[in-house]
Design a protein around this ligand. Structure first.
Ligand code: SF4
Length: 205
């Protein structure tokens, strides 16, 4: 594991959060919008949306119809609008207008699962967590850092395998490697991790 993390450190020296935001609530919205959508697309949509409404009160005032106009190009806009509206209402009613800072409380918000809650924790509050998206699921299991079929199992195994102080950085590095060489159809023959990756070695035989 140490060798794998060392190589990832060389490949992605200072990985930064790909979604643009300036408050925890903005990050929560951006993360909901990023489901089944690229971060680039979300980052194109959010400046205008946040200019119009970047607090729970303003989102509610904006209303579903206008919200959908802003987020339409991210896809699945009806369910995303429902989640965003539901989050705005719940944050005002249950959490005194503030985005909660624990995994358990965040997951009480409509449409917010473990991955979204973990993303908000690490990037908005700097609280260690290990969000597992499809890239992390794929790459961590190929590399043998986890041996799991589901995101939740992978999350649990990665948090046990990797020291807590490295979770945020390692999460981003696995995401970026999954978007680069270790795509669903991986480029193992040019991957610097090949000597430490049994899946890659099976593939290049
Ligand atoms: Fe992914 Fe192949 Fe690299 Fe292993 S060797 S991490 S499977 S690209």
């Amino acid at each position: 594991m140490r060798k794998i993390l060392d190589i990832l450190n060389k490949l992605f020296l200072n990985p930064v959060a790909p979604l643009h935001f300036s408050t925890p609530f903005e990050l929560l919205i951006a993360t909901i919008l990023s489901a089944q959508c690229t971060d680039e697309r979300v980052n194109k949509v959010t400046p205008a949306l946040f200019e119009a409404a970047n607090t729970p009160e303003k989102i509610i005032k904006l209303g579903d119809k206008k919200l959908i106009e802003y987020i339409r190009s991210t896809g699945f806009y009806n369910s995303k609008a429902k989640s965003i509206m539901g989050c705005a209402e719940a944050i005002l009613e249950i959490f005194d207008g503030k985005v909660p800072e624990t995994l358990e409380e965040l997951q009480k918000l409509p449409g917010v699962g473990r991955k979204t809650a973990s993303v908000v924790l690490i990037h908005a509050f700097g609280i260690p967590a290990f969000p597992v998206d499809r890239h992390v699921l794929r790459v961590a299991n190929r590399l043998g850092l986890a041996h799991a079929k589901t995101p939740d199992e992978t999350d649990e195994q990665l948090r046990k395998a990797i020291p807590e102080k490295l979770w945020i950085r390692s999460h981003l590095q696995l995401v970026f490697h999954g978007r680069g060489l270790c795509r669903p159809k991986p480029k193992c023959e040019i991957c610097p991790l090949l000597p430490h990756c049994s899946e890659g070695q099976k593939r290049v035989k």
